[in-house]
Ligand binder design. Structure first.
Ligand code: EPZ
Length: 415
């Protein structure tokens, strides 16, 4: 089982190449189910989750041709209505194939999803939305069996602006008769990136505040370049900050990183935006701050764990309140073993800044908690051994090489 060996104490500096967004790539691949014509996606990250969704699409009958950072998904042959149980249980985003398959075939069977260890993460909002569109749903032994003679547009109000439910229902609604209104929709950059792709495929979609209006459309071939991964960019900029260095993330969308940039400035980190680059510099004293996660344009929950790692070294007290997932605190115990002073009370973590963290042997429990442990190790005294790389590999492409390019002493070993 691989492990990262990270020698702390090096100031990072330099430029970071940012890949296409994982959380855009996954729904964008699923959108190819909506048409028999070819979909070309560019700036597709080479990540395990992307391989999983492409495997799922291949098993459903799509033809997938992947090279470097682009993917062509095509195939006018028959589609299967049964999603591969292994890949859906392995990765939650695979569940999004359900609506498009029902819209195309009239029937689909998909297992209920698995994914990260960050809470129950039900799919009730997905299923209620599909029912509103006219689908009939039965669940047996953890598999949902969905039938719909034809899908009709409806007004769907989401109890929570769920990213996955918004993407799932927007895609499905493009093949429903009439107009569908999704109210209280998620408007994360990755959701709007999917809307951009659907429009290029021929969909008529209006976005007004948190309301998406989707008209029945005939969808066809399209080419689309995914937006940059703001979670990768944010994590790498936080790595530079925790090492007290200076680094620039290139070819990003500074506006999408604004919630992090604003929080970093409050902590005392200099942030400079220049065109499509964002540079952070953390030479001064870090001071504690309060951060609250929220659906976009709030502070992204995926950057909560890496931000917490930085705050463990900020003078005074900090507080991070998590409003999106009920258990985003999987990073707390391993960080405590490294000397962080964190206590969790309900949905908030209270952090008292410490002078130094100590290198330890730790294990990543999920993608973003794993990122937090990498960041803590970059600032810790000594050499940290980090296992659980199968989680980190799901969300970060060539993380070791990218950190080495910034001057980190980090090696991946088969330990
Ligand atoms: C997406 O997950 C992202 N994944 C997550 O990133 C991200 O953390 C999350 O959105 C929030 O921004 C992808 O895009 C592939 P949600 P998703 O539906 O769609 C509750 C990463 O590390 N909920 O917005 O699963 C749910 O339990 C991953 O890249 C329901 O109650 O998130 C959670 O508390 C982790 N019922 C909240 O909504 C539902 O039907 C947000 O979930 C759906 C969701």
């Amino acid at each position: 089982m691989d492990a990262l060996i990270i020698e702390g104490g090096r100031r990072l500096s330099g430029h970071i190449a940012i890949e296409g967004a994982k959380n855009s790539a996954l729904p964008a691949c699923v959108a190819a189910l909506l048409t028999d014509e070819p979909i070309l996606l560019r700036r597709v990250p080479q990540l395990r989750d992307v391989s999983t969704i492409l495997y799922t699409l291949g098993a459903l009958g799509k033809r997938v041709v992947r090279n470097e950072t682009s993917v062509v998904i095509s195939g006018d042959g028959p589609l299967s209505g049964e999603a591969n149980p292994y890949s859906v249980r392995k990765m939650r985003a695979s569940f999004l194939v359900l609506g498009p398959l029902v819209a195309r075939l009239g029937r689909a069977r998909v297992p209920l999803p698995g994914g990260c260890a960050i809470g129950a993460r039900p799919v009730d909002l997905h299923l209620k939305g599909l029912e509103a569109l006219g689908a009939r749903i039965e669940e047996h032994d953890g598999v949902v069996d969905v039938v719909a003679d034809r899908l009709r547009g409806a007004r769907i109000e989401l109890a929570f602006p769920s990213v996955g439910a918004t993407e799932h229902l927007a895609m499905t609604a493009t093949l429903a008769e009439g107009v569908t209104e999704i109210v209280n929709a998620a408007i994360e950059p990755e959701v709007l990136d999917l809307v951009d792709l659907l429009r290029r495929m021929g969909a008529e979609i209006d976005v007004e505040g948190r309301t998406l209006r989707v008209a029945a459309s005939r969808l066809g071939a399209a080419e689309h370049t995914l937006i940059p991964d703001r979670m990768e960019a944010g994590t790498m900029l936080l790595a530079a900050a925790i090492s007290r260095g200076e680094a620039t993330a290139d070819d990003v969308v500074p506006e999408d990183l604004r919630p992090l940039s604003d929080a970093l400035r409050r902590v005392g980190v200099d942030v400079c935006e220049d065109g499509r680059s964002v540079t952070v510099s953390a030479r001064g004293t870090l001071r504690g701050a309060a951060v609250e996660t929220a659906p976009h344009p709030g502070f992204p929950t995926d950057l909560h764990p890496p931000m917490a790692a930085l705050l463990t070294l900020a003078a005074g007290t900090s507080r991070i309140t998590e409003t999106v997932f009920e258990s985003r605190f999987t990073y707390v115990d391993p960080l405590r073993t490294m000397g962080a002073q964190i206590s969790v009370d309900g949905r908030a973590a209270a952090i008292s800044g410490v002078e130094r963290l100590q290198a330890r042997m730790v294990e990543a429990p999920d993608i973003r908690a794993g990122a937090a442990l990498v960041l803590a190790a970059l600032a810790a005294d000594g050499a940290t051994t980090l296992r659980g790389l199968e989680h980190i590999d799901r969300g970060y492409e060539r993380l070791t090489e990218k950190l080495q390019l910034l001057g980190a002493h980090i090696e991946r070993q088969n330990a």
